[in-house]
Design a protein around this ligand. Structure first.
Ligand SMILES: Cc1ncc(C[n+]2csc(CCOP(=O)(O)OP(=O)(O)O)c2C)c(N)n1
Ligand code: SF4
Ligand SMILES: [Mg+2]
Length: 310
């Protein structure tokens, strides 16, 4: 190993996330959710309590061990923000009674998939935001119930085939706009990220970390198993999600939404769709021009609206 490689390796093995990627991690190769979590954890650091609802990332923790060096708590899918409230309250009481020193305080982080964030846990999330709970919500969005076999969730995109949307047109509904739902609550911060854009992600996590109050990060998480693509393509599919305009990178703060990376020359959406087995029925046995155009038109309308408003 070269001296430089030894230095990089030495640094990496000391990063908070090193154990998330260690041998024995029961995650799929090329998991985009794990990629994002790895990057995020390196910035958040070890002084964190992860409140984790059922989903793929729960598998990182095999009782009684957890790769999270701070602390970790498991909750039901619907109640991670309620669990976070309990942890925050307990920490605040310990601080007030001087049972822990201020430097021993921990940041409370909710970690869930889209099934919980967009659906089952939305009611407890809304209440936690209303109460002004000081927490960071990390949603890794693989656009389905990945852990139980990629059933349709409220984050599944129009036209995608899932194990419960198997018809010729795939899922007939539309992905819920969780960013807008959170922003409507006027929280401290909301941002979209993706692991394949690490600089944009790092800047947003640094910012979220420096704030108090309810904060949401939604990480689009290419999922080789659920989306049906070669794990080697995970980062490329992430890049295409941004370059085609399917996944806008943006943030909300003080009532204002700002796009942090605008794809000026957008690639056709089919460049993104074609790479994934969950959209294969749009191209085989014959091309479904109407549905491809419909998906493209919706993406075009989003960016046209942004241009009109700016
Ligand atoms: C109330 C409830 N219904 C169903 C389940 C079974 N279940 C466990 S994980 C999971 C999928 C969660 O989906 P998501 O939040 O998107 O996380 P992912 O599995 O995709 O990581 C489901 C349905 C559960 N734990 N609780
Ligand atoms: S099913 Fe998808 S999200 Fe879950 S571990 Fe595998 S690649 Fe990651
Ligand atoms: Mg999911």
């Amino acid at each position: 190993m070269s001296e430089q490689a030894v230095k990089i390796y030495t640094r990496m093995k000391d990063l908070p996330s090193a154990r998330l990627l260690g041998a024995g991690t029961p995650m799929c190769a090329g998991c985009g959710g794990l990629m994002a979590l790895h990057e995020i954890y390196d910035i958040l650091g070890e002084k964190t309590v992860f409140v984790n609802a059922a989903g793929c990332m729960t598998l990182l923790t095999v009782y009684p061990f957890t790769p999270f060096r701070g602390s970790w708590l498991y909750t039901s899918m619907s109640s991670a923000p309620a669990g976070a409230q309990g942890v925050r309250d307990a920490l605040d009481i310990l601080l007030a009674r001087q049972r822990i020193k201020p430097e021993e305080n921990l940041d409370v982080v909710v970690l869930t998939g889209d099934g919980a964030a967009y659906g089952m846990g939305l009611s407890s999330t809304s209440s936690a935001i209303e109460r002004g709970l000081d927490f960071l919500y990390l949603c890794y969005d693989n656009e389905g119930y990945g852990n139980t076999g990629q059933q349709t969730s409220a984050a599944t995109p129009h036209g995608a085939r899932t194990s419960t949307s198997t018809g010729a047109r795939g899922f007939g509904g539309f992905k819920k706009d969780l960013f807008a739902i959170w922003a409507a609550h006027r929280p401290a911060y909301v941002a979209t990220v993706i692991g394949s854009e690490p600089l944009d992600l790092a800047r947003k996590i640094e910012k979220a970390k420096s704030m108090k109050g309810p904060r949401l990060i939604i990480a689009l998480s290419p999922c080789p198993t659920g989306w049906d693509f070669d794990p080697m393509e995970s980062a490329e599919i992430g890049h295409l999600a941004v370059k085609t305009g399917v996944w806008p990178l943006k943030e909300y703060e003080n009532g204002v939404v700002t796009h942090t990376k605008i794809p000026r020359e957008r690639l056709p959406v089919e460049d993104y769709l074609k790479k994934q087995g969950r959209f294969a029925h749009l191209f085989q046995p014959q091309r479904n021009e109407a549905l491809i155009s419909e998906i493209q038109a919706r993406v075009d309308a989003y960016w046209a609206e942004l241009e009109r408003a700016s």
